[in-house]
Write a protein that binds this ligand. Sequence first.
Ligand SMILES: CC(C)(COP(=O)(O)OP(=O)(O)OC[C@H]1O[C@@H](n2cnc3c(N)ncnc32)[C@H](O)[C@@H]1OP(=O)(O)O)[C@@H](O)C(=O)NCCC(=O)NCCS
Length: 182
Amino acid sequence: MTVEPANDQRQLIRIEPMLRTHLDRVIEIECACFPRPWSKSLFLSELAMPATRAYFVANLGSEIVGFGGMMMAGDECHITNISVDPLWQGRGIAKHIVLAVIDEAITRGARSITLEVREGNVAGQRLYERFGFEAVGVRKNYYVETREDALVMWVRKVNRPAYRELLETIRSEIGDLSAGIN
Ligand SMILES: CC(C)(COP(=O)(O)OP(=O)(O)OC[C@H]1O[C@@H](n2cnc3c(N)ncnc32)[C@H](O)[C@@H]1OP(=O)(O)O)[C@@H](O)C(=O)NCCC(=O)NCCS
C-alpha cells in the first residue's frame, strides 16, 4: 500500500537495515522505478550475503519510501541500487539513503566507490555528483531492455578527511529533513 504525501503532516525519516519482511514494499518501489526490476529472489540472495552486502530502507512514519544498497569487493564498494518512491522524490530522501550506504562502505574499509547509471538518468547522475562521483566511462548497451548505455561513475579516496568533510556538509544540509519532512 502506498501512502500519499500529506501537506499538513511532518514525519520523521529513519534509515534501517533492509529485512526480508520489507521486500514486498521494496519491490513495489523497484517496479515503479525501473523497466526491468530486480526480482524478489535476487533481493533475497543479496540479503543472504551480509558479509559483502548492505541494504537499507528509508522509512517515513511506518511507510517504506525508498531503499538502497551496495556490495563490497576488497576496498571497493559497488552501489547496486538507490530508489525512492516516485510519490516521495525530490525531498532529499535519496541523500539520506546514499549517506547511509557510503557510511557503511567506509566503515567496512572502502577506499573507492563505483556504480552504473543510465546515460539518460539525469536525476541519478546529479544525485551521485553531489557525493563526488565522476563519470569515467560508458558501458555500451548495458541496459539490454532499453538498449541504453550506462555511465560508469567513481569516487575515490573516500577514506580521506576531505571526503568525510563532503559527507558532513551533505549531512548538515539534510539535517533539518531528519527533524521532519513534509
Ligand atoms: C534518482 C533518485 C534516487 C533521487 O531520489 P530523490 O529522493 O528524489 O533525491 P533527493 O531529493 O535526495 O535529491 C538528491 C539530489 O539528486 C539530484 N536530483 C534529484 N532529482 C533530480 C531531478 N529530477 N533532476 C535533477 N537532479 C535531481 C539533485 O542533485 C539533488 O540534490 P539537490 O536537490 O540538493 O540539488 C530518484 O529519482 C529515483 O528513485 N529514481 C529512479 C531510480 C533511479 O534512477 N535510481 C538511481 C540510479 S540506480
